[in-house]
Design a protein around this ligand. Sequence first.
Ligand code: ATR
Length: 265
Amino acid sequence: MKKHLIIGKPISHSLSPQIHNYWFKENNINGSYEKIEPENDELDNIVKQIKEKKIHGINVTVPYKQAVIPFLETLSPTAEKTNSVNTIYNKNGKIHGDNTDVYGFEQSIVNCELDLNDKYAFIFGAGGVVPSIITALTNLKIKKIYLSNRTNEKAEIIKKRFKFIQIIDWGKIKDCDFFINCTSVGLKKGDKINFNLNELSSDKIFYDIIYNPPVTSFLSEANSAGHKIINGRDMFIYQAQRAFNLWHNLTPKIDKNLIRHLFND
Ligand code: ATR
């Protein structure tokens, strides 16, 4: 039995076990996938089990995507660039860390047939996922990235790694083409980011990394104002597909049955 884990804190909300266990069945792989909520000082021992081949694959989520890096032996170029790891496995005898969030975000954009070439993007937030979003936007040939975060120091830390971004004071907005919520605001009902939609011209795209709830207040307000909205569901699915591919060397199917299985629709 090939054992897999997702580690994070909190972890109860994660749909990763559902998606991977579904694909194990579909592809006749004798695998298991569980979620656990370790403490920081347990990460080393968990990750070591990849080396010992007791665990086949690990996914990592908030808040451990950076914290696991000291325990890894090699990193993919994308993991290196973003300083963020969400997929771990044994590659040529070494504990290897990769980042499939960048691919997940990019593929979600491709899937919507959006062309971001020469467009302007505005990111809300400066948490762990943001380096992956900036990297994906750059790969998609975005022209300019603005970033705004409640705590300005955290925006400045991101800028040290990605010097080309421009920081905007929290509460202010720029008339861009593409707005992405990378904050955790919206996870709880009633949570909302204060910015003035009336300052924007029409036909923008609003993307929320959050997929549960499927329509956050960020998306709902944008929708009411006539803009296009996208939630984080496809990003979640595609990052999982790439992780599965790295672990099992095959690309599992994404189809209506899978969506129904995960989201009951
Ligand atoms: P981490 O910062 O540990 O990586 P995260 O969940 O990846 O955690 O990021 C949380 C993001 O949501 C941050 O950008 C955070 O802003 P701060 O840096 O100011 O904390 C943002 N966030 C969380 N709650 C918020 C709120 N009520 N209003 C505005 N931004 C909020």
